[in-house]
Design a protein around this ligand. Structure first.
Ligand SMILES: [Zn+2]
Length: 374
């Protein structure tokens, strides 16, 4: 990307910015009209003239995506990210580059229309093999959509948290019509419709007897499983499957396993912050102290505490990931993988001393409040 020399910045820039705004607006108009080829040509010309104008890169990248040119689109998103002035725009770019939560990618959200078409499971099975999944559902459209989604989530997870590591397995991904079929396939009847077996039987995995699979439920009590449609279950279970194996015989801390799984869910970070903030203010509850939280050996006993634990895991993990950025967060994960305890690994990642708990907790809670009040 070309950059304006600092010497050029001055009064002349005001006039050139207005012209650049016009240029980007022309590109956006063509994009809105579905004239993507023309939009690309126009925006490229504009960028030659006004290489510093961030909006042009936004519409260029989106147009290139529409034309099915992912590599060129990514290059444009990189330029967009470098010039972006708001956190929101940087997050958008990260998501499109596959290094942020998958939420912002409209291609992988099951929209109302698609959900409507897949509401009722059909009779037979529809199967599709993708690079890493053998997808099997009772609805042809659902099979196709899930195949695409699963690959995108896997790629996003790897780029965001595992330094781009390739996933070396092929996993059956099955959506059962209903609870009866789901339980008959060997799944626990208490499950809410999502299971990944590496997670359910870690011992089995460690003895190399792991049965890798992702099992989901199509309907619950005759209605479309809302967590399948949002989509929530698939990225969550897929993340557990990959993470547990990635960490191998040094189990990943519970909060982080659930935290990263929820990070991959659409809209979960904001939702968790709202739940926590309401709990702290309306119900005068308190967060689990971070030192206890970081080393919890198992899930809390009662339902209310479990919900709080999940929300805190989602919120704290996302805060930490944003705070550290991809490289340092990855180094933190590697530290844990080498066997460093959760507390010393956190201290070292945050460059905090032994009295880390109170200041880190205060900083995280401020972010919960700011997010919940948005
Ligand atoms: Zn989970």
């Amino acid at each position: 990307m070309k950059r304006l020399a600092a010497a050029l910045l001055g009064a002349a820039l005001v006039a050139s910015l207005a012209a650049a705004d016009d240029a980007a607006a022309r590109g956006k108009k063509l994009f809105d009209e579905g004239k993507f080829e023309e939009a690309v040509a126009t925006l490229r010309r504009d960028i030659d003239q006004y290489p510093e104008h961030v909006e042009s890169y936004r519409w260029l990248a989106l147009s290139l995506e529409k034309l099915g040119k992912p590599d060129e689109a990514k290059a444009a998103w990189k330029d967009f990210r470098a010039l972006a002035t708001s956190e929101e725009d940087r997050k958008l770019a990260d998501a499109r580059l596959g290094v942020g939560p998958a939420a912002a990618d409209p291609d992988i959200v099951l929209d109302e229309k698609t959900v409507d078409a897949i509401r009722i499971p059909g009779q037979g099975w529809f199967e599709k093999k993708t690079a890493h999944f053998n997808v099997k559902t009772h609805n042809q459209r659902l099979t196709e959509v899930l195949g695409i989604q699963a690959e995108k989530y896997l790629a996003a997870l790897s780029q965001k948290f595992l330094n781009g590591a390739a996933y070396p397995h092929t996993v059956p991904l099955t959506v059962y019509a209903d609870q009866t079929e789901y339980v008959a396939a060997g799944n626990p009847d208490w499950s809410q419709g999502g299971t990944s077996f590496s997670y359910e039987s870690l011992d089995g995995y460690l003895r190399n007897q792991m049965n890798r699979k992702i099992d989901l439920l199509h309907t619950i009590d005759g209605k479309l499983n809302p967590d399948l449609a949002r989509p929530k279950l698939l990225p969550h279970e897929l993340t557990h499957l990959v993470l547990v194996e990635h960490f191998g015989d040094r189990p990943i801390p519970l909060w982080l396993n659930e935290g990263i799984a929820q990070y991959m869910e659409v809209g979960r970070h904001a939702e968790a912050n709202k739940i926590l903030y309401e709990f702290f203010t309306d119900r005068r509850g308190a967060a689990i102290p971070l030192r206890t939280f970081a080393t919890l050996p198992g899930y809390p006993e009662n339902r209310g505490a479990i919900a709080l634990f999940y929300a805190q895991s989602a919120s704290f993990t996302a805060w930490l990931a944003d705070m550290l950025g991809p490289e340092k967060f990855h180094a933190f994960l590697e530290d844990l993988k080498r066997g460093t305890g959760a507390e010393p690994a956190l201290q070292s990642a945050l460059k905090a001393g032994k009295d880390w708990e109170a200041p880190v907790q205060a900083q995280w809670l401020r972010s919960v409040e700011a997010s919940a009040k948005k």
